[in-house]
Ligand binder design. Structure first.
Ligand code: IPD
Ligand code: CA
Ligand code: CA
Length: 261
């Protein structure tokens, strides 16, 4: 097995194992704490999922770098492989018993997104991509939608945890798209939003102030499903997630125009 195939297999196994923790603990009483703001939550399940993934990587991939949202990874600069992990994307949903959350594991090789796996444990949907090999959901190839008109597009977005404090709150863009698109969804998991672009369930997605762990897996899955990813000016994404636009490609320029850059 090549190194890439081994990484993909491990990423899938870890995503399924962490997803099983989420499924087991869903709708149970949780220890919930706040992070950067009163609306920015973390639960013991975020921690348990991250521990499972990081502890396994320490044994099976001791030379690789790890950037994990809750901070337990060693993001060493000298490694060729780097695992970028959101152990539970959709924590506010999870804490409220709203059934939309996932595990997101993106793996970069020399800085390039090479493997992406996103697992939704309730629907038992595993989205995955390896660079150059296409994208799949539960092993079946997926593809972005064919919609060409923004006025007929279903779009998704989200809001950062500083939305109560910051003027850069995405509400201006949200209002403009609400007047242009067929529909807008704010469903609380950026990684699944990206996979839904890849699967043609929504035609486009944008969000500000995301982080690498939200987008490294999902951006690759969109690209490999024939879509386009960029920042708000149309430049290729840097992987930091601060400006994220993803679409079926056809409505991308029309979406970019809405940001008025
Ligand atoms: C959040 C979700 C949400 C997005 C937020 C993210 P978390 O991630 O992806 O959809 O709007 O910006 O921070 O905190 O649940 O891992
Ligand atoms: Ca996240
Ligand atoms: Ca998270």
């Amino acid at each position: 097995m090549t190194d890439v195939a081994a990484v993909r297999e491990l990423a899938e196994r870890l995503a399924r194992q962490a997803g099983a923790i989420q499924r087991d603990r869903y709708e149970t009483t949780l220890d919930v704490r706040t992070k950067s703001a009163a609306i920015d939550l973390v639960t013991e399940v975020d921690d348990a999922c991250e521990a499972l993934i990081v502890d396994t990587l320490a044994v099976e991939r001791p030379d690789d770098a790890i950037l994990a949202e809750e901070g337990s990874g060693d993001d060493r600069a000298d490694a060729a492989w780097r695992w970028v992990i959101d152990p539970l994307d959709g924590t506010v949903n999870y804490a409220h018993g709203y059934p939309r959350f996932c595990v997101s594991i993106g793996v970069q090789l020399d800085g390039t997104g090479t493997v992406g796996v996103v697992y939704d444990p309730l629907l038992d949907e595993l989205f995955a991509a390896t660079r150059g090999e296409g994208a799949t959901c539960n092993g079946r190839p997926i593809r972005v939608s064919e919609e060409r008109e923004l006025s007929r597009a279903l779009l998704a977005t989200g809001f950062a945890y500083d939305v109560h404090q910051s003027d850069e709150d995405n509400l201006d863009h949200f209002a403009r798209f609400a007047k242009r698109a067929r529909g807008l969804r704010r469903d609380g998991s950026a990684a699944l939003d990206l996979c839904y672009v890849a699967a043609g369930r929504v035609d486009g997605f944008w969000e500000l102030k995301l982080h690498p762990w939200d987008v490294v897996a999902g951006n690759l899955i969109v690209d490999e499903a024939g879509g386009r990813t960029s920042d708000l000016s149309g430049r290729p994404p840097t992987g930091d997630g601060r400006e994220t636009v993803a679409s079926n490609g056809h409505v991308h320029d029309a979406m970019l125009e809405m940001f008025g850059r």
